[in-house]
Write a protein that binds this ligand. Sequence first.
Ligand SMILES: Cc1ncc(COP(=O)(O)O)c(C=O)c1O
Length: 437
Amino acid sequence: MNYIDWLKHKDLEYRQGILYFADLNTIEIAEKFGTPIYIINEQMIRKRYRELKDKLNSVYKKNRIFFAVKSNTNLAILKILSSEGSFFDCSSTGEIYICLKSNIPADRIIYTGNMFTDDDFEFAVKNEILVNLDSLSQLKRLAKIYEKIGKEKIFISFRFNPEFGAGHHPHTITAGKEIKFGILEHQMIKAYSEARELGFKKFGIHQHIGSGIIDATDYEKPTDTFIAIIGKIAKILGIHFEFVDFGGGLGIPYHPKTNPIDLNKYGEIVLKKLKVVVEEGDIGDPFLFIEPGRYISAESSIILTQINTIKDNGFKLFAGIDAGFNTLIRPTLYGAYHHIIVCDESNKEKVSKYDIVGPICESGDVLGKKRELPELSEGDYLAILDAGAYGFTMSSPYNSRPRPAEILINDGKTFKIREAETFDDLLRNQLVPDYLK
Ligand SMILES: Cc1ncc(COP(=O)(O)O)c(C=O)c1O
């Protein structure tokens, strides 16, 4: 894909030198709302959801997409996806709370947590949320909570760890013997037989091998292992599955030299394999679930930021901006690449290499290293791309810098969907004992 098409894929283009996002002039948005600021393109969320839904429908009709809420918890985003018919994957009771507040019905939520407390289980059981267990040891505790609350045990699911994962960084690979997630193969039969003995009647199974997978063939080996354990459980215990959940992980092209993940290949490698075993008739007639976060939300957002300092220290050129790792932590946390572009490229012929750095009092506050950009000046605006997944949700008020606002674009109009935090928000939950007043 050439660079212009790569930008267009993200609904970005230059018109007479000015960057437009979702058909709107980014400089006008920055000047109207201030910076740093998250800008979210509603139609991109819908587009990515529909692309996946169409792919699933074409291969395996009985399917459900559970949006991974951890990637973006904004109520407007959840409402947009709800209106598309999405289901929701939550990793904490807080995420479930947000979904319920957004009027998402309980039967559209799955709780794929880890290191569950009894309070987590109580919250889930009381709210009738399907739990996806992460450890055999959690099963008896969950059963007890059902009994204490007096609710019938119906659905249960376990997260399988296929011992082989993938992802854009070691911290996002979520399968393997050394990894905390899921249950290894030798405990899987025990998990389902104990669950049945404890009174659970309907069964699902889950795996999530990692995040940021751009080559669909990375799914091949873990999918084969997953299909094999599903067949084994069905054969040994006679269990028929209500759903098979392949998790999320689909990556997006953060770098201009990266192409989008090949959904046809993903269909062949993951989705069709389930179809084949289902047609063999031994595992039941399950729903196929997937739990994408990044694929749906990442490309929907950019961060607009303003340059306040150009520093040439004699060795290096720094462009200092008003967004830091408090605003977007992925570059610092994972060494993740986010493409950064100017909002006005007119009259800029000379190109230099800059480190794009934030205002946080740490040397690791670097949003982009050695970026070739047209000559920058203090006051210029930049756009940090693909910030919609694990962007705002991982932001913090570190250095007592209030978190920014979020603006939704739809149909050429802008809507504020989150106020910027204030200094008073930073103080809101602090208490000073009387003797210190
Ligand atoms: C269980 C589970 N499902 C889904 C996801 C979503 O992953 P992604 O945003 O890469 O699709 C994650 C991410 O951590 C996860 O842990």
